[in-house]
Write a protein that binds this ligand. Structure first.
Ligand SMILES: [Zn+2]
Length: 329
């Protein structure tokens, strides 16, 4: 099954469900930068302006500009041989004052380099190791990718407190992931034109942010997160929210920053009915899909409603990343 067939089926299924949703906030001052259809050039201008505004809200203006002059000072340790790949830990400078630790895997056969690479992102109550664990809702997707010839990297995602009291929690989480991409780009084994990211739940949210704000990401898998902010106000912990966010955008607008690059969203049919429901995902997907249409690449974004619950759908994740991060001919 080629992925484009899957996405075509899903797109067709989306349109029919659109009209039936209501009940969102009627506050007029929200979502001032909502995306609406426009031509390709105006869409790219909208993206550049919105990225700048969001970087300011995330308190990342200064560090995004300064980081190219900040050495990573990466220190690798604890290499272990696994089936088809080497796994080790690396510590590196997120900022000149702060070091972070990540798990990295490299395919065992160096002759096959350069390799595609994926930033693998966990959610609440997990760690950098969880995405390699088969017996979790992540179904070991990072280990599966590692065994299939991808370089992978996973860092601990900030939970509910920023390390730096002056940082925005979401900005700090995102910046750690951007530094993981910096590290991937520093590896001679990695093809910098074939870097992607994937995550579930809070990890799906961070995959959205990383794909949206870092254009070095060529393919994004965001699982168990696509929804609308009005829903997230109801019964979810509020770590998604920060000052000024709702006044600018809803989640669909942040996802729209990923276009024209490849995006796969996954949502389980068995998600709890008060959480990340297929109905809300379809509504948000129809909104984010507008910019893919305007940019002439409607097939580059897909929503996969799978039979599972709040979990990774391993088969479609792997298929999508293999296809979207394949060597360019
Ligand atoms: Zn939270």
């Amino acid at each position: 099954m080629r992925f484009s067939i899957l996405s075509g089926v899903l797109l067709a299924a989306t349109a029919a469900t659109l009209a039936s949703f209501a009940g969102e906030s009627s506050a007029a001052l929200l979502r001032a930068r909502a995306y609406s259809h426009r031509d390709e050039q105006a869409a790219a201008t909208w993206q550049k302006q919105l990225r700048r505004e969001l970087a300011t809200l995330l308190r990342l203006d200064m560090s995004l500009a300064a980081r190219t002059a900040w050495p990573l000072d990466a220190k690798e340790a604890g290499a272990e041989e696994k089936s088809g790949y080497i796994q080790y830990e690396v510590t590196l400078n997120a900022t000149p004052e702060q070091r972070i630790t990540a798990v990295v895997t490299l395919p065992a056969d160096p002759d096959a380099a350069p390799f595609p690479a994926v930033v693998c992102i966990h959610g609440h109550g997990s760690s950098r190791h969880t995405v390699y664990d088969m017996d979790t809702i992540y179904h070991g997707f990072a280990a599966t990718l590692a065994g299939k010839g991808f370089v992978t990297i996973a860092v601990d995602v900030g939970q509910h407190e920023a390390r730096d009291p002056g940082a925005a929690l979401m900005g700090e989480r995102l910046f750690d992931l951007i530094r993981c991409v910096d590290y991937l780009e520093s590896l001679p084994e990695v093809d910098p034109d074939r870097i992607g990211c994937a995550g579930l739940s809070l990890g799906g949210e961070m995959a959205m942010w990383l794909g949206a704000m870092d254009t070095r990401i060529h393919a994004t898998v965001s699982a168990g997160f696509l929804t609308v902010m009005d829903q997230m106000e109801q019964n979810h912990c509020m770590c998604w929210k920060f000052d000024g966010l709702r006044e600018l955008v809803d989640f669909a607008d942040i996802y729209a920053l990923i276009a024209p690059r490849a995006l796969l969203c996954q949502i389980g049919e068995k998600e709890p009915p008060t959480q990340f429901t297929p109905a809300l995902a379809k509504r948000a997907f129809a909104e984010l899909h507008c910019i893919y249409e305007d940019m002439g690449v409607p097939e580059k974004a897909a929503l996969h409603i799978h039979p599972g619950a709040h979990e990774i759908h391993l088969e479609s994740l792997v298929l999508f990343l293999e296809e979207q991060l394949a060597p360019q001919s």
